[in-house]
Write a protein that binds this ligand. Sequence first.
Ligand code: ADP
Ligand code: ZN
Ligand code: ZN
Length: 731
Amino acid sequence: MTAGTAEVAVFAGVRGPARTFTYSVPEGLALEPGHLVRVGFGPRSVAGVVVRLDAPYRGTLRAIDALVHPLPLLRGHQLALAAWIATEYRCGIADAVRAMLPPALAGRARAGLPTARGDRREPVFALTPAGRDALSGSVRLGARQLATLRALAAGAVSSADLAEAGGASVAARALARRGLALEGARSVRRIPREFALGEDDAVRDATATAGQADALETIIASLGTSAPFLLHGVTASGKTEVYLRAATRALAMGYGVIVLVPEIALTAQVVARFVARFGERVALLHSALSAGERYDEWRRVLDGTADVVIGSRSALFAPLERPGLVIVDEEQEPSFKQESAPRYHAVDTALALGRIAGAVVILGSATPRVTTYHATTIGALRLLRLPERVSDLAMPPTTIVDLRLELKAGNRGTLSRALRLALERTVAKGEQAILYLNRRGFATVVLCRDCGYVVNCPACDIPFAYHADGTLLCHRCGRHGVPPERCPKCGSVRIRHLGVGTQRVEEEVRAVVPKAALLRLDRDAVRAKGSHAALFERMRSRRAQVIVGTQMVAKGFDLPGVSLVGVVNADTVLSLPDFSSAERTFQLLTQVLGRSGRGPAGGRGIVQTYLPDHYAVRAAAAHDYAAFAVAELEGRRRFGYPPFAKLVLLQTQAKRPETVERRADSYATALRADAAGDAEVLGPAPAFAAKRAGSFRMQLVLRGARPQALLDRIPPSAEWTVDVDPVTLLG
Ligand code: ADP
Ligand code: ZN
Ligand code: ZN
């Protein structure tokens, strides 16, 4: 006898796409969507999640074997969100459901949830009845043991308690050997050191600035609805403080809070402030956790012990009972896009969660994506602005240095004369400097060092990429080119691909300021010398005076001593052949310039570039977001990029180039034959990483109002990956 059917997302393996299968429900099993169940799958018994009941019946069905846990592990709003993700990003609902469960559960087919595994354990002690009698002086004890005994009698439990009371765990163990105490262990949950920096209590009680007060009033009045906001605030305008206060209010109203940060290790300060303010109510969910730790944090949310969830993308999927406020800090960060199935964008998914669960969503940024900004102009998002820095700090006046002129003046180094001078002065005054170097896009562009001319694809107006074999290639349309020997614009022969590394800059800085304590922060340095947090601490304590680094110095380095930020090469990202290159450049420059002048010494910025007239460089130096957005949106409209068109990136790969070419051509032909007004088919072209792990890769781009509709009519074979709303076409 059975009682209907159930569609189950089956976790048959850790890798590969997850799928749903239909099972019959045994009589007497009170099944609900969200239940974790055990099902037979081939010869095996595996775990799965019920995604819906009464699924259409197909052939003979196997029955669900058992419930793994009596309560549904995915809540109703989570299942609805999984369905939204599956439709929007064209993945299986099982992929979305799997992303919502901690990895430790997906392989779980035995009954019951695992007990906490990631917890560290610490020794604990208690008195025995004999120990209590000793207290009367009937047993002779050394001073340390006596103090320990007294501490235990007064309620001390852990080594830390004992130490505070003048006892010690060594002495407690000695007491245990004499039968006067018992030793056990308890699990402790430790906030990693970098998140336990604490915070200045004064900030908690400080009067809100006028901008903060306005923003908070609007946000708080909206709690309980699904109002979405863009909080556009310049660096150091007090956005984090708005999040903290809005969260306090949401919690007081009984709502749970989700805070997404782009990369948790690089935003330790923001996380630390949440931990300082909400303590044990905070659950941290991020990729650096072990599977066990991740499970524990997830479990604390499920149990209701934690109702403030902070983490990268996947924190969005925490099983809060009543999410009422979802915050996405630094909404512009590309890391919010997941690059494997389900390929969701955490910002759009946060907005969807807000609509589904009735939660307020705040997207925060000093440099929102123009698509997000555009949404405020058409009423899809409400704009809240914090146009000024807290405590009247000025934005750092910024100079643009034209590197073409440096070369003309005979300076072949990577530091301009202006930057050298500023560095010397900053160090002489005992202040600190950040030198920022962009490594992304390193050496992919062909540029004239005399006039700044960049060799573009004539059809797409985006830079050709320079390849190691000496050819040029457009990664959008596939057109080939030959690098010119002379600049087509000014005739110079100094036209070549460009790039410098952090080490080279470090050496030059050493020569300019030999006495300054110097740090280097790039991926290699982090690996070799310890964490981002440790280097930050050396700057904070002023043991270091100058730091040279890549993207990482732009994040979280809020240091009052920094009065100079120098950008060594503003152009490298700008020159990447991508629709979002100008936007990324503006964002990175704004972010790194925002590190300057956060203290009483004030600050300044210097931006070195071969393209001093580019709107992204000029607007960043002028701290003028609106000017940037207007110019960028105009370009996006003209060339048909988001928000004026939606993109889908389709990629495929094969060991033999003929195979992948044939496949790409035939699919492109099929799509073109059916493409009506709803989508345009671009390509096929080789992918930016045209060869990866021994496979040749090609791509197609669909562009239109709703290009997914074309995919519904002509679905791609399993050999294609589908990326809806890609953040880059250079994957
Ligand atoms: P953002 O997130 O916009 O960069 P923060 O919230 O980190 O800005 O605020 C910048 C600095 O100003 C922080 O050191 C913060 O503690 C402080 N701050 C924020 N709001 C106030 C306020 N109302 N009064 C005084 N200091 C504040
Ligand atoms: Zn030129
Ligand atoms: Zn092209």
